[in-house]
Design a protein around this ligand. Structure first.
Ligand SMILES: [Mg+2]
Length: 266
């Protein structure tokens, strides 16, 4: 008789959402650091992936390290990075009008994207927590001229300790009401391109990757569109009662990262 042990299949690589998954506001969520220790111990590759383009990558590195994450573990890919790659590939050398924070502007300029106020060729909308009425006026004016419209990600709200904050998807709705236009392309999660890039970089098949996040329509949707396994954590935006109505069904559901760690390490 053959004996079998029903242990969960461990992924070769993990993509970790940050807001609502690893931390909430400025506090780590349960199991966060323990999970990183275990991933390092097991040799499982990982990166943080965030749609939030209100902060630059260095802001996230500083934030993670201030919370106790080691510098070498603070590997981050943002929707801003995905947008820069998209612009370089599809609009090389073009003049870009960006609605975004100073931090996002700096990250674009550091990568050689030419940002302008006048006579742009491409329009990019980011999650601008420094949004002003004048920026909206200018963006809508250029949209009516028919210029290409790129959004860094689709999130409707950003989770915080005081509750949901209006994110870029809410700005898109406002802009659509004014101009009748929606973005021509929306990068960030759930756009599958990033997962394919990471799989190539890591030398693993997408089926060996686990996507972990707190949102059905970005994190879990990304997993589904990219063909990776998905784990939903209930420490951020999604409640268990949201699951029956969702078109994106996660492979695993945990209260938080501690639950995920317990599952895969047991
Ligand atoms: Mg999140």
């Amino acid at each position: 008789m053959q004996l079998t042990v029903n242990t969960p299949t461990r992924p070769s690589a993990i993509i970790l959402d940050m807001d609502g998954t690893f931390f909430l506001g400025d506090a780590l969520l349960p199991g966060a650091l323990e999970l990183l220790d275990w991933l390092n111990e097991m040799g499982i590759r990982f990166t943080f992936l965030t749609n939030n383009t209100s902060r630059g990558k260095q802001d996230y590195v500083r934030m993670l390290t201030s919370l106790g994450v080691r510098q070498e573990d603070a590997r981050i890919y943002t929707a801003g990075d995905a947008t820069i790659s998209y612009l370089k590939l599809n609009y090389p050398g073009h003049r870009v009008f960006l609605v975004g924070t100073e931090s996002l502007r700096s990250s674009f300029e550091e990568k050689g994207i030419q940002l302008v106020h006048d006579n742009p060729e491409v329009l990019v909308l980011g999650y601008d927590t420094e949004l002003t009425y004048q920026k909206l006026v200018n963006f809508c004016f250029y949209l009516r001229c028919g210029l290409p419209y790129v959004a860094t990600h689709p999130d409707l709200n950003c989770p915080s300790q005081i509750g949901p904050l209006p994110d870029i998807g809410s700005f898109m709705a406002l802009i659509e009401v004014s101009t009748g236009r929606l973005p021509d392309v929306v990068l960030g999660k759930p756009n599958a391109g990033i997962v394919q890039q990471l799989a190539r970089k890591w030398g693993v098949d997408v089926s060996e990757i686990l996507m972990v996040g707190d949102r059905l329509y970005t994190d879990i949707a990304l997993g589904k569109t990219a063909g990776v396994q998905t784990a939903l954590v209930l420490s951020g935006e999604t409640k268990r009662s949201d699951l029956p109505d969702s078109q994106f069904e996660p492979d695993f559901v945990f209260e938080n990262l501690a639950g995920l760690l317990q599952h895969f390490s047991s």
